[in-house]
Design a protein around this ligand. Structure first.
Ligand code: SF4
Length: 410
C-alpha cells in the first residue's frame, strides 16, 4: 500500500464522520445514499436518507411504491430526475434481478441514473470492488496534491484524474479509501482556505508547498444564468383549486404545479396568466390579486415566479402540456409533490392571515378575464344575460384544515 493510501486510511479511521449510510454494507442503502448525495450537501441528505430508509426499507418496497409517492418523499431534495431514475432502477433490480444489485461498475452503469462515479462508489463500498471514484471533493484533493493546473472539466484532465484515482487505490479496502479521499475533500481540503495543518497529506502536497491551495483546481468563468419571468394562477372554482401534473420527462417531471408560463415580451403578468390558461387549459379565468413572488435558481437558469389568485370563468379544462389535472381543496395541496417555488405559493396560501386582505382578494379584486362569460339559459330555455363578473366575486371565507390551520379562500 502506498504511503498516500496508508496516511489517508489512518486519518479516516480516526476522523471520519458517523454518517448513517456508513454503518451498513447493504448495496440498496449505499446506492440510495449515493444518489441523494449527488449535488447535495451531506447535512441536507441525512433527513432524506432516513425518510427513504424508513418508508422503503428495501429495494422491493421502493419498487412497489407509486411514482407520485416517491416524488412526494423526494420533495424538496431537488434534481427530480434522480428520484424518477431511482424508482425505475429499483423496479429493474426488484423485478428483473430478484432484488440483487450488479456488483461491477459496468453492471451498475446499466441501471438508470447510475454513472461512473455512483457505480464506482457502490461497487467499492458495498462489494469491495477495486473501482475508483472522482467527484468534486476528489478533484480538489488530487489537483492540489499533484499540482494539476489544467481545467478539471476538460476531458483530457478528467481522464488523467480517473487514472490517478485508480492508481492510488490500494489492493484491499477500496471502499474505505474512496470514502477517505472524499471525506478529506469535504472536511479538510475544503474549497476556500483548506486546513492544511490538519491534513494527513501535508508533507508531500504540491499546492501546500507552493502556496497554491486557493488557486487550484483552476476554475472556469461561470456564464451568467438566463433569467425567466413566470406568471402562474391559483385558479378557484367552488372552493377548489386547479393543479396540474407536469409531463414525466424533462425538468421537474411528474411534479404538480399551478398552471402558468413564461411572460412574453410586452405582456403584463396578469395577461400572461390569462393567456396560459386559455392556451394550455382551454379555460377563461379572471385574474385577481397577486399572492406572492418567488425567486428560484435552477442549474442552468433562474426564475421569478409571480402567483395570482384567479377565478374560473368558463370553458372545459383540456390540458395540452401536462399529463393530468385535478381540482383539490386548499388543505389537500400538501398531499401532492410540488417544486420548491410552488411550495412557497402554498405556504403563502395556507399561512394564517395577518390582515383582512393579506392573501385572499377583496371583493371586486378580479380585473382581468380573457373571454366574456357565455350567455346562459334559464329553465325555460330562454337566453339571459350573465350576471356581471364583478358582482360575483365572493367575500373570502375561512376554512380550517385538519391540523387546525386557517385557510382563506376567495
Ligand atoms: S495539504 Fe492542504 S491543499 Fe494539500 S491536500 Fe492537504 S488540505 Fe489539501
Amino acid at each position: 500500500m502506498s504511503a498516500f493510501a496508508q496516511r489517508l486510511l489512518k486519518w479516516y479511521a480516526k476522523h471520519k464522520r458517523a454518517l448513517p449510510w456508513r454503518a451498513t454494507r447493504d448495496p440498496y442503502r449505499i446506492w440510495l445514499a449515493e444518489i441523494l448525495l449527488q449535488q447535495t450537501r451531506v447535512e441536507a441528505v441525512i433527513p432524506y436518507y432516513e425518510k427513504f430508509s424508513a418508508r422503503y426499507p428495501d429495494v422491493f418496497a421502493l419498487a412497489r411504491a407509486s411514482r407520485d409517492d416517491v416524488l412526494k418523499t423526494w420533495e424538496g431534495a431537488g434534481y427530480y430526475a434522480r428520484a424518477r431514475n431511482l424508482h425505475r432502477a429499483a423496479q429493474i433490480v426488484a423485478n428483473e434481478r430478484g432484488g440483487k444489485f450488479p456488483q461491477t461498475v459496468e453492471g451498475l452503469m446499466q441501471l438508470p441514473g447510475i454513472g461512473r462515479y455512483t457505480a464506482g462508489a457502490v461497487a467499492s463500498i458495498a462489494f469491495d470492488a477495486r473501482a475508483p471514484v472522482v467527484d468534486g471533493n476528489v478533484v480538489r484533493v488530487l489537483c492540489r496534491y499533484f499540482g494539476i493546473r489544467d481545467d478539471p472539466q476538460a476531458s483530457a484532465t478528467q481522464t488523467r484524474l480517473w487514472d490517478t484515482a485508480e492508481k492510488l487505490l490500494p489492493k484491499k479496502r477500496a471502499g474505505d479509501f474512496n470514502q477517505a479521499l472524499m471525506e478529506l475533500g469535504a472536511t479538510i481540503c475544503i474549497p476556500k482556505n483548506p486546513r492544511c495543518l490538519l491534513c494527513p497529506l501535508y508533507k508531500d502536497c504540491f499546492a501546500r508547498a507552493d502556496g497554491l491551495q486557493n488557486a487550484l483546481p483552476v476554475k472556469r468563468a461561470k456564464p451568467e444564468l438566463p433569467h425567466k419571468i413566470i406568471a402562474a394562477g391559483v385558479i378557484y372554482r367552488r372552493g377548489k383549486i386547479l393543479i396540474q401534473q407536469r409531463l414525466n420527462e424533462g425538468l421537474l417531471g411528474g411534479l404538480w404545479e399551478f398552471p402558468g408560463g413564461k411572460v412574453e415580451a410586452g405582456e403584463s403578468l396578469a395577461d400572461c396568466v390569462a393567456r396560459e390558461c386559455r392556451e394550455e387549459l382551454g379555460i377563461a379565468v379572471r385574474v385577481g390579486k397577486k399572492i406572492i413572488s418567488v425567486d428560484h435558481a435552477f442549474s442552468h437558469f433562474s426564475i421569478t415566479l409571480h402567483a395570482f389568485h384567479c377565478e374560473y370563468v368558463a370553458g372545459r379544462v383540456k390540458i395540452s402540456s401536462a399529463q393530468k389535472y385535478k381540482w383539490v381543496r386548499p388543505e389537500e395541496l400538501e398531499q401532492y409533490a410540488f417544486p420548491a417555488a410552488n411550495k412557497k405559493i402554498i405556504a403563502a396560501l395556507l399561512a394564517p392571515p395577518t390582515a383582512p386582505d393579506a392573501i385572499a382578494p377583496p371583493r371586486g379584486a378580479y380585473t382581468k378575464t380573457n373571454t366574456p362569460r357565455p350567455a346562459r339559459k334559464n329553465s325555460r330555455g330562454e337566453s339571459r344575460t350573465a350576471t356581471p363578473l364583478k358582482t360575483q366575486t365572493r367575500t373570502p371565507t375561512v376554512r380550517r384544515t385538519r391540523d387546525h390551520r386557517r385557510v382563506r379562500t376567495p
